[in-house]
Design a protein around this ligand. Structure first.
Ligand SMILES: Cc1ncc(C[n+]2csc(CCOP(=O)(O)OP(=O)(O)O)c2C)c(N)n1
Ligand code: SF4
Ligand SMILES: [Mg+2]
Length: 331
């Protein structure tokens, strides 16, 4: 009987270290070649579309995107047409993490066998909060746990936007969605506070060496974090705050202003965790009360002073956990 050899476990390593990329010092210094180009059908002022554009600018030509179902698939594509000037694949909303795992493993295998001479690519999943924190969480967790050399990005518009603005685990307390209308039974609309997705990934996935939050209102910081995530070997995770004018009910020209206000009020904090060390990357000189952020968005327009106070207490506790001690001062 002929002998069969089956190799189990570690195979010869494949060099996946990418060329080092320079830190971007200011927007003037940012790359100019676009890989997410005009022609899509997202709403005017769409925060997720801006996050995509900035991510693609930072990651450059040697990138493959996987897009779980959501606005960043549906509103970006029409028949045989999409805004990506790099390879892109649609995945089910459930399985962005599984698809990027497969792409990464296939490239490693082809390179190992000498069938692919090209440099190892940046493999990025660009999933909504539903596709990352809820329906797609299992595949995300599996991908991060196995240690694939990929970047998984959750663009957070705080709802299942594409199907009509339904609540997701990332929808803030107090927000109206089509599944959480305020009324006599549930006056606060959404009753729960959101999941802490980054903390979940950080706590339970030892292979992940780099995690970061970012905001489209701080584009240089966002692009540098994408580059840093891609320069690491192994899985990286980013959570990006992406205001959505349609779902949050604000005028489309206020997207950046809303993004900035989220950071200034403490509703969002930009930080990174590298090899277990947490560093806050934007500490506002003074904090605005959360009410200033809430009152400019129609989704919160039913909130009573007591509900706003409950939100303030939640934000204060979160910032205390991050050791941010900045006093709240009304403008
Ligand atoms: C298994 C499954 N359930 C439900 C849907 C319907 N669906 C398509 S897009 C979408 C919303 C996705 O929300 P999110 O991931 O947050 O992305 P967004 O639309 O907000 O950009 C839903 C529920 C689906 N395609 N597949
Ligand atoms: S609903 Fe929101 S996320 Fe979707 S395309 Fe419009 S602005 Fe963008
Ligand atoms: Mg969403």
């Amino acid at each position: 009987m002929a002998e069969t050899t089956i190799r189990i476990g570690a195979q010869s390593p494949v060099e996946t270290q990418r060329d080092s990329v320079e830190t971007i010092k200011s927007l003037r210094d940012a790359p100019v070649t676009e890989y997410y180009v005009p022609g899509h059908r997202t709403c005017a002022g769409c925060g997720p579309a801006l996050a995509y554009r900035l991510t693609a600018l930072a990651s450059g030509k040697n990138t493959i995107f996987a897009g779980p179902t959501g606005c960043m698939y549906v509103a970006n594509t029409s028949y045989l047409c999409g805004p990506w000037a790099v390879p892109w694949i649609h995945t089910q909303i459930t399985n962005g993490g599984a698809v990027i795992s497969g792409i990464e493993a296939a490239y490693k295998s082809l390179i190992r066998k000498g069938k692919k001479k090209a440099a190892f690519p940046n493999v990025i999943a660009f999933a909504g909060d539903g596709g990352a924190a809820d329906i797609g969480l299992q595949a995300l967790s599996g991908c991060m746990y196995r240690g694939h050399d990929v970047l998984f990005i959750c663009y957070d518009n705080e709802s299942y936007a594409n199907t009509g603005i339904q609540t997701s685990p990332m929808t803030p307390y107090g927000a109206q969605t089509t599944f959480t209308p305020p009324g006599p039974v549930v006056p606060e609309a959404k009753k729960q506070f959101p999941k802490d997705l980054l903390k979940m990934i950080a706590a339970g996935h030892p292979a992940v060496k780099y995690l970061a939050t970012a905001s489209i209102a701080y584009p240089v910081d966002l692009m540098n974090k994408v580059r840093k995530a891609l320069s690491m070997q192994g899985p990286a995770f980013m959570h990006i705050h992406t205001p959505c004018p349609k779902g949050w009910s604000f005028e489309p020209w206020k997207t950046l202003e809303i993004g900035r206000m989220a950071v200034e009020t403490g509703m969002w904090t930009n930080y990174e965790i590298e090899e277990g060390l947490l560093k806050v990357t934007q500490v506002p000189a003074r904090r605005k009360p959360v009410g200033e952020y809430l009152k400019v968005q129609g989704r919160f327009n039913h909130m009573t002073p007591e509900m706003v106070q409950k939100m303030q207490a939640f934000v204060d506790a979160k910032l205390a956990e991050l050791q941010i001690e900045v006093p709240v001062v009304a403008s």
